[in-house]
Design a protein around this ligand. Structure first.
Ligand code: ARG
Length: 458
């Protein structure tokens, strides 16, 4: 027979490549603590239900605890011949306590075991993600509070549109992250289901107590259907999807940081601690970290699409294809942790070029809406006001001046409703201050928004 733990019905050993192609130990060793944790609960349940005698339960438990300690100290040595983390641990347990180790797998299959491990893994990763999101949100609020009155150009189509508060721009990302956090938090109720006890697919003949296992492992309840329990990877897809949304948001922000730190914008300067140089051009200060977050967003999308694609044609229940669920999830967890951490540090340490930002809003036409609104507030139909201001903008472009440079006579010739107070209205600070509708960029609104955001985090 084949020397494998499952080798009983085999007469020949596997072809070259089969072991290495089929093995997952190189990556699923990341699940070692979860795997042992699951086994500890399982054996306890086997004892409590009288399926295994207490003497065996004690031996197995002590062995598993020893392995747990060794795992924490990185002392376990795995082999590809033992395929995956589950069989490696079983083999190591056997080496430690002898044949009684073989009783651990009573009433269990690797199919419910591996799904349990992934649930336990994500029950740790999701709170980590929400914690890191909260840290980044805190950094955003802190910076926003310093820049409520910093005026910057707001854009649509990457064309100057209307002046806004820099804090308002930062806070836009706070709210995106708030939704991201909500999605992660909501996903917990679908990760918080225990597959263990589903067996290979159909349940088991042993009088197991799945509710006890769930309680021991801190789950609310077991899956109600054993086939679903071992086939479900929705919770992993959902994690990847939630992570992909965070990355998309970070990537958009990074795109802005990259633009803003260019000589063309000069809105910010990244700290030396988060920038890199060029091996040839001595003057360079490159936003590598922002570019990498933007770039790694592609890899997280890849992990998501990869898993969805693996799953789409699978008949129930377990198929070995499902072993492909892990690397993407681990990769995304690692990428997300790095991206959120880097992002918080980058924002916290960057310099905002306040004077340049404010000067730049005086050299554009982003106050054109102010002129149109001014006339409309005096009951000129907005469409007519728009047309008149459009012509004034054209006049300015042709004469190489800005709207605030126009004389009152010129303005009044365009429309008699213009009066001297128009010049205050044209100031970018006034333009921002007056946008005081709920959720707008008006300074008072931004203060209220920050107040609301702080209350959420408290
Ligand atoms: N390494 C496997 C995986 O990650 C564990 C489950 C294997 N089950 C099986 N019947 N071959 O999917």
């Amino acid at each position: 027979s084949n020397a494998k733990l499952w080798g009983g019905r085999f007469q020949a050993t596997n072809e070259e490549w089969v072991d290495s192609f089929g093995a997952s130990i190189s990556f699923d060793q990341a699940l070692v603590l979860e795997d042992i944790q699951g086994s500890l609960a399982h054996v306890k349940m086997l004892g409590a239900t009288g399926i295994l005698p207490e003497a065996d339960v004690s031996l197995i438990t002590e062995g598993l605890q020893t392995l747990m300690e060794q795992a924490k100290n990185d002392q376990l040595v795995y082999t590809v011949a033992n395929e995956d983390i589950h069989l490696n641990i079983e083999k190591l347990l056997h080496d430690l306590i002898g044949p009684v180790a073989g009783k651990l797998h009573t009433g269990r299959s690797r199919n419910d075991q591996v799904a349990t491990d992934m649930h336990l893994y994500l029950l740790k990763q999701v709170p980590l993600a929400t914690e890191l999101i909260t840290k980044l949100q805190t950094v955003l609020i802190d910076l926003a509070e310093q820049h409520i009155h910093t005026v910057m150009p707001g854009y649509t189509h990457l064309q100057r549109a209307q002046p806004i508060s820099f804090a308002h721009h930062l806070m836009a990302y706070f709210w995106m992250l708030e939704r991201d956090k909500g999605r992660f938090e909501d996903s917990i109720k679908r990760i918080d289901l225990l597959p263990l006890g589903a067996g290979a697919l159909a349940g088991t003949t042993f009088p197991i107590d799945r509710h006890l296992s769930a309680e021991l492992l801190g789950f609310s309840k077991p899956y109600a259907n054993s086939l679903d329990a071992v086939s479900d990877r929705d919770f992993s897809v959902e994690y990847l999807s939630n992570a992909a949304l965070v990355m998309m948001h970070l990537s958009r922000f990074c795109e802005e940081l990259i633009l803003w730190s260019s000589d063309e914008f000069k809105f910010i300067e990244l700290s030396d601690t988060f920038a890199t140089g060029s091996s040839i051009m001595p003057q360079k200060k490159n936003p590598d970290m922002a570019e990498l977050i933007r770039g790694k967003t592609g890899r997280v999308y890849g992990d998501l699409v990869g898993l969805l694609t693996v799953l789409k044609g699978l008949p129930l229940a377990y198929n070995k294809d499902m072993q492909e669920d892990k690397e993407g999830v681990f990769d995304t967890a690692h990428t997300l942790e790095g991206a959120l951490t880097i992002m918080a540090g980058m924002i916290e340490t960057m310099t905002v070029n306040v004077a340049h930002l404010e000067a730049t809003t005086k050299q554009d036409f982003s106050n054109a809406t102010e002129l149109a609104d001014y006339l409309a507030a005096k009951q000129l139909p907005f469409r007519q006001a728009h047309e008149i201001v459009g012509q004034l903008v054209l006049f300015c472009i042709q004469n190489n001046i800005y709207l605030a440079d126009l004389s009152l006579e010129t303005l009044q010739a365009a429309h008699p409703l213009f009066e001297a107070d128009i010049f205050t209205v044209l100031q970018p600070e006034t333009a921002v201050a007056r946008r005081n509708s709920y959720g707008g960029t008006g300074f008072e609104q931004v203060k209220a928004q920050i107040h609301e955001a702080k209350a959420l985090l408290a």
